[in-house]
Ligand binder design. Structure first.
Ligand code: ATP
Length: 610
């Protein structure tokens, strides 16, 4: 299935103002500190502008042949003092803004993570993990840097430039006008730069996200890549993606460099013109030497802010893009939520019923045949029902409707007579535990993995529950690990064999003490004898637990109380294994193909655990 890749800027991209306005509620609590930081930055800029004025006085009065020599020391001390004050104000600005900006970054990141946790499986199937990773990490770091530095400095630089221009105009309108004339082409260039840079920066952020997905997938699938000798192929794919990103970054840098060329070259040219005009004005007696010195010193002070303005504008646009990417995920509506007034069952018997259930994957065409059509099935409390069907008939899909990993698109899934959509989602998922064929274990101890969904019992009871789950899942190999059940297993449990991982995942489902247990071929990596032992033990330990199990082995199917046969997205027949063998030709065909599959596996592996 195609995963969500980077997006090209859509026609409906929000405006700069709209995007930043969305930060309002988060910025509000830290506004006083940001404001203090802003005042410090502004004061630092103005102090920097005051230094040229002192210089003007120094040149005009103090260095005058009749000036007092002590006044020189006074002026030098004043300039030194102003310099120190500027440094202190810069330090204070950082103190004021760094902590709240970092706090805001963390707050948004935690919200983002919580939102990802809530979004339905359908969302996660669409989005590449690298995209989500870059949106939660680098995009939010960018926001912090912009908030702590970019935003303040953009305003302060603008104010400093305006104040500097005013001083220039007050000294001489000719010199002021020359400097201002340089600012006009910069503004025009900035206007064009704005849209070019925004598009390039969006593309590069998306491509960086896709590249992160590629790394993540390669690391995740390193065994497959090595086993199939596809390293070169993966490398080539990654290389071409990395080159695309490089090209985008280069074109982005070129756009920025072109802008900076303007921002730097034009003030330098105007400075040359200013020098000629200033000398002429001084010679005419219309401008004092001190004022001319102050003009150049002011131009020097303004060089930084004028140059920074381009950078900061670029940073602002990149941050805007990062925020759009962030809100794009945050705006994704969670379609699987608890109802406003959830219904709590009076009796938790564990009866599972599917009534006229239909299901179509969200990304399939409207006219395509739904994966599940009219499913009617009743699993009695405490009963073990095996779900059997040819591959791709929708067995896994059906199981996912029970804990609401997907919602049925038609009909109802009921537990104890209550539609699962009317139940509180957390309570529902406490009642229904699942184990899948593709096991995901977390990089923590066996104990923590097994007790992940366990009820909140006190320690002794939890220990007993852990032991029972481990024994039932035939996972006592875990006790022989270096630190027994406290052994930390690698990322996603990769240090365990496939069969061991499956048994730990099964123990996790058992330890959740569910009313309904949904098992999607959770024993496929076990040898036939271990699988039989697990199934027998499951039946005795979980006598009161309703179990719906997708089974691919006739031996497991035979152990179930009843079997439901799925064919073409519908329940074709329900009965005991022997009943169905006796009356249903399609069932005999399915079982025969499962037996063929099983004997092939046994002859290949010699019946040992995978
Ligand atoms: N996320 C998805 N989006 C669209 N179609 C999907 C999605 N997941 C599965 N399908 C399709 O739905 C159908 C049923 O898939 P499902 O995994 O439920 O079959 P299954 O009976 O469990 O197969 P198997 O026995 O091989 O595990 C298949 O045709 C599959 O391609």
């Amino acid at each position: 299935m195609a995963r969500q890749q980077g997006h090209s800027p859509a026609a409906g991209t929000p405006t700069l103002r709209k995007t930043f306005a969305r930060l309002g509620p988060f910025v509000k609590p830290i506004l006083p500190r940001l404001f203090c930081g802003f005042l410090c930055a502004l004061a630092a800029g103005l102090v920097a502008l005051a230094i040229p004025q002192v210089l003007a006085t120094l040149v005009n009065d103090v260095l005058h042949p009749e000036g007092k020599s002590s006044a020189v020391w006074y002026a030098v001390a004043l300039i030194g003092g102003l310099g120190f004050l500027e440094a202190l104000l810069v330090f204070l600005r950082r103190q004021f803004v760094i902590t709240p900006a970092a706090r805001l970054e963390t707050q948004l990141r935690v919200r983002f993570y919580a939102h990802l946790q809530q979004l339905p499986v359908a969302f996660h199937e669409r989005w590449g993990s690298g995209q989500l990773l870059s949106r939660s990490m680098s995009d939010l770091s960018l926001l912090r840097r912009w908030l702590a530095f970019g935003a303040l400095m953009l305003v302060v630089s603008t104010v400093t430039v305006i104040a500097g221009l005013s001083l220039m105009f007050s000294a001489s309108w000719v010199l002021g006008a020359i400097y201002l004339a340089g600012a006009i082409p910069i503004t025009i260039k900035a206007f064009h730069f704005r849209s070019n840079y925004r598009a390039a920066s969006r593309l590069s952020q998306d491509q960086a996200g896709d590249l992160a997905t590629a790394v993540e997938e390669s690391v995740h699938g390193i065994r497959v890549i090595k086993a199939f000798g596809r390293g070169r192929h993966m490398y080539d794919g990654f290389n071409s993606q990395a080159k695309q990103l490089r090209d985008t970054e280069v074109s982005k840098a070129k756009t920025l460099a072109g802008f900076i060329l303007f921002v730097v070259a034009i003030p330098e040219t105007t400075l040359g013109l200013g020098l000629a005009a200033g000398l002429w004005l001084t010679a005419q007696g219309d401008l004092s030497v001190g004022a001319l010195v102050a003009y150049f010193a002011t131009a020097m002070v303004l060089a930084g802010p004028v140059e920074n303005m381009g950078m900061l504008m670029g940073m602002t646009l990149t941050t805007k893009t990062a925020l759009d990417r962030h809100f794009e995920v945050m705006d994704t509506q969670n379609t699987i939520t608890s109802p406003v007034s959830p219904v709590t069952p009076t009796q938790r018997r564990g009866e599972l019923e599917l009534r006229n259930v239909a299901f179509r994957f969200p990304d399939t065409a409207q006219d395509a045949t739904p994966t599940l059509r009219c499913i009617n099935l009743l699993v009695r409390p405490g009963e073990t029902m095996a779900l059997v069907g040819m591959t791709g008939t929708g067995k896994s899909t059906l199981l996912q409707l029970v804990p609401r990993l997907y919602d049925a698109t038609g009909g109802q899934v009921l537990i104890d007579g209550i539609d699962v959509r009317d139940r509180d989602l957390i309570e529902l998922r406490q009642d229904v535990a699942v184990a899948f064929e593709d096991t995901i274990l977390f990089s923590s101890s066996i104990r923590e993995n097994v007790l992940l969904g366990a009820p909140e019992y006190e320690k002794e009871k939890l220990d007993a529950l852990l032991d029972e789950a481990i024994d039932t899942a035939q996972a006592s190999f875990a006790r022989t690990l270096p630190e027994s059940l406290d052994t930390v297993i690698g990322e996603e449990g990769l240090s365990l064999s496939g069969g061991q991982r499956q048994r730990i995942a099964l123990a996790r489902a058992i330890a959740a003490k569910p009313r309904v247990l949904v098992l999607d071929d959770p024993l496929s990596a076990l040898d036939v004898r271990t699988e039989e032992a697990v199934t027998q033990k499951l039946r005795s330990t979980l006598a009161g637990t309703t179990t719906l199990i997708v089974a691919h082995r006739p031996s497991t199917v035979a152990l179930a109380d009843r079997v439901a046969l799925l064919k073409d997205g519908e329940i074709n027949d329900v009965g005991t294994h022997s009943e169905l063998l006796g009356r249903n030709e399609h069932y005999r065909y399915v079982i025969a193909s499962l037996e063929d599959e099983e004997s092939n596996i046994i002859s290949l592996t010699g019946g040992t655990e995978a």
